[in-house]
Design a binder for this molecule. Structure first.
Ligand SMILES: Nc1ncnc2c1ncn2[C@@H]1O[C@H](COP(=O)(O)OP(=O)(O)OP(=O)(O)O)[C@@H](O)[C@H]1O
Ligand SMILES: [Mg+2]
Length: 372
């Protein structure tokens, strides 16, 4: 998958951007605060995902603008497609999105069609952050492969919110314990599906990451990644798709935890309690890893995500590397480049001489405009 044209106006500090990127490696360089990350962010939100910055959507619109427009043309082996993404200050909730001229009700069609993987400086949060951070990563990875999974994830989140509301009502006497059952049945189905998908993806991720990590860090260190379910025992044999036995198991777990859930006022069992364990030579990377080990682990997880996607889909995602290359020594840069060599890559950096890989196209960003 390759972007053939990017046009942006009114997005954060970006002025009229009209960029024809190269097929492989593209560098966007410039001093701090010129708009390099904003450009990657504009590409990223065109995948239908929320921004990787923790900001409100209305903040996408430039301070001096009434609206933003992003227009991206991209192609895969089969066809050329065009995304149009617009937001107006007067009604920031009503995003106006079209794909190939067809108006979309929501952004899920973008997610199904336009695939990017972003490597970000804050990726170490995948290691150091909460279990939720890792669950979200895994959920995004497998739904890139199977976009329909997204609806199960959304459904699961909604069901948890509804169940928690019922638990609070039970505490205040406005609801009875029996009213949980309708939610528990549905939760057992959605939660079992999510557990199956997470388990399958983590098995793959572990295989790819082990190999990548041993290459990046030398053979003495062994990275292992495993799925720790909040519902099923460690030796549980997951089916490929959830069967009745599995959903029944999940359902019983929920039933057994009702007294505790009522006491606590929230659902404290199930897929919402899953953890993805990351270990180097048996020790938790989160608790004991050095900064370098944590960074390499995060990097390897992203590379594995890109490899898995490319191999399963027979098509490469667009790679966004925000400020990542400059931090790596020569051999690591070479290693990263060798993995993503056939993909289209956008690299932002303050110092383009720090990026050693041969680049097709070098663009300079200055005060929100591409100047060369
Ligand atoms: N809604 C907005 N409207 C206008 N400007 C904005 C908006 N949101 C952020 N900015 C500005 O965008 C500028 C550039 O941000 P960006 O993060 O893209 O810079 P950068 O080139 O990646 O810098 P660095 O090298 O430091 O990472 C910042 O100065 C910020 O104030
Ligand atoms: Mg930046």
């Amino acid at each position: 998958m390759r972007i053939t044209r990017i046009q942006i106006s009114g997005f954060r500090n970006l002025k009229e951007i009209n960029l024809i990127p190269g097929e492989n490696f593209n560098i966007i360089y410039g001093q701090n605060a010129q708009g390099k990350t904003n450009l990657l962010e504009a590409i990223w939100i065109s995948t239908g995902c929320r921004s990787f910055r923790n900001s409100k959507e209305k903040d996408y619109i430039g301070f001096d603008s009434d609206e933003f427009n992003i227009n991206i043309t991209f192609e895969d082996e089969v066809r050329t497609q065009e995304i149009n993404y617009r937001m107006v200050r007067k009604s920031p909730k009503n995003k106006q999105i079209t794909l190939n001229g067809v108006i979309l009700k929501n952004s899920s069609k973008l997610f199904e069609n336009f695939k990017c993987i972003a490597f970000l400086p804050e990726d170490t949060e995948l290691i150091k952050g909460t279990p939720e951070r890792r669950r979200t990563f895994i959920d995004l990875c497998y739904s890139q492969l199977k976009p329909r999974s997204m609806s199960y994830i959304r459904k699961f989140d909604q069901l948890i919110t509804q169940r928690n509301a019922v638990l609070k009502n039970i505490i205040t006497g406005r609801d009875s314990e029996e009213s949980l059952d309708i939610w528990d049945r549905q939760l057992a189905a959605a939660g079992s599906y999510i557990s199956c998908m997470r388990n399958q993806y983590v098995i793959k991720l572990n295989r790819y990451c082990q190999e990548l990590y041993s290459k990046i860090a030398g053979g003495a260190e062994n990275l292992s990644i495993s799925y720790q379910s909040g519902t099923f025992p460690p030796d549980y044999e997951y089916p490929e798709f959830p069967d009745t036995q599995m959903t029944e198991f999940y359902y019983k777990k929920l039933k057994n935890s009702i007294p505790d859930d009522i006491r606590l006022g929230y659902t404290h069992t199930g897929a919402g309690r899953d953890e993805i364990s990351l270990r180097i030579n048996g020790l938790s990377v989160r608790d004991y890893g050095s900064q370098g080990q944590q960074k390499s682990t995060a990097l390897v997880m992203r590379l594995a995500q890109a490899q898995i996607y490319s191999e399963e889909k027979n098509e490469s995602p667009v790679i966004l590397l925000d400020d990542v290359m400059g931090e790596l020594d020569e051999s690591r840069q070479n290693f990263v480049c060798s993995i993503i060599a056939d993909m289209q890559v956008f690299i932002t950096t303050c110092n383009h001489r720090a990026v050693i890989h041969q680049c097709d196209d070098i663009f300079e960003m200055h005060e929100g405009s591409i100047v060369t």
